[in-house]
Write a protein that binds this ligand. Structure first.
Ligand code: GH3
Ligand code: MG
Length: 305
């Protein structure tokens, strides 16, 4: 995880009392960038644009009160990750419960006590940092360092929808190592892991355009998403990774076809439509991969459907 530094955070204060904004800005000046808004609508706009780590939100504002602003922040994907602390003059238990029910992580009471405000803000900034770091880690496969299947499923769906809106093509490559069970049986599981890493590295290095990404799809299978790629370029890409894995020259004496590790690749290509789905594209790539296997392996096949 990257080191946590408490002074490079972004904090947004939403409050209709300018004096309170001034006071809070001063109390929080050492935590990083402090932004402010004087009403709910403005606060929502700034939160969307700057994605603050933490929002200090006044409860009693008009026309939108703090609870409503909090609900809207939590219901919008662009702002739902910011931690929210309510600032309220009301110390009753009902207010406390309402604040937490609305989705806040904590609340601070007025009149402000600077060391208490700083301590609460410090704690929540640290929690916020740790959970963001964990979330990033949860996207990766531990062995290869590639994105994992969970990330792939989500990212493919997003990419599919984006390209469907713009009517642009999407390519998928499913890659499977040939006779890998025999490799493990011959050289051992640790050597198998090292070979998996080497193949993963070659695929990743060959996948250069910014929107493209590689994920570990399962055991010894990888998947590549290639947005805005025409069919010809997709075929060239598939052949290139077959060639580059072979060029690694990882010895595989028990392979039925070669004395080195090889891969088979299944490709599929489509312009996404409203009534098609990313899964159909993956299924087509899987059928093409199956064909590559039955036609002899160490080759690349493209789905014609
Ligand atoms: P094919 O050419 O038809 O793909 O044959 P194969 O032997 O590669 O396919 P099969 O599905 O029979 O075997 C896959 C092997 O991959 C079996 C499994 O132990 C191995 N494998 C899957 N994940 C890992 C891993 O993380 N590390 C290692 N070392 N081996 C793995
Ligand atoms: Mg295999």
């Amino acid at each position: 995880m990257p080191a946590y530094s408490p002074n490079d955070s972004t904090i947004l204060i939403i409050d209709d009392d300018v004096n309170l904004i001034r006071m809070l800005s001063h109390i929080l000046k050492d935590f990083g960038r402090v932004l402010f808004a004087v009403d709910g609508e403005q606060g929502l706009e700034i939160a969307k644009k700057h994605k603050p780590d933490l929002i200090l939100l006044d409860v009693g504002m008009l026309p939108l009160d703090g609870y409503e602003v909090c609900r809207r922040l939590k219901n919008d994907d662009a702002t739902s990750k910011s931690a929210i602390i309510f600032v309220t003059a009301n110390t009753g238990m009902d207010t406390e419960i309402a604040c937490l029910d609305a989705g806040a992580v904590d609340f601070i009471t007025k009149p402000l006590n600077p060391p208490v405000v700083q301590a609460r803000v410090r704690t929540h900034l640290r929690l916020q940092h740790d959970s963001a770091a964990l979330e990033r880690l949860a996207q990766y496969d531990a062995l290869t360092g590639l994105y994992n299947r969970r990330y792939f499923d989500k990212a493919l769906e997003a990419e599919y929808n984006r390209l469907q809106r713009h009517q642009l093509p999407l390519g998928i490559a499913l890659i499977d190592i040939d006779f890998f069970k025999k490799y493990n049986d011959t050289y051992g599981h640790l050597a198998g892991d090292a070979a998996l890493k080497a193949v993963a590295h070659v695929i990743e290095a060959a996948t250069k355009r910014p929107a493209e990404f590689v994920a570990r799809y399962g055991g010894e299978e990888f998947v590549v998403v290639l947005p805005q790629t025409d069919e010809q370029t997709l075929k060239q890409y598939g052949q290139m990774i077959c060639d580059e894995v072979l060029a690694l020259k990882i010895p595989h004496d028990t392979s039925d076809i070669f004395q080195n590790i090889t891969i088979s690749v299944g490709l599929a290509h489509a312009i996404p439509t409203v009534d098609s789905s990313p899964q159909t594209l993956v299924d087509r790539a899987d059928q093409a991969l199956y064909r590559a296997k039955t036609l002899g392996r160490n080759r690349c096949e493209i789905s014609s459907a």
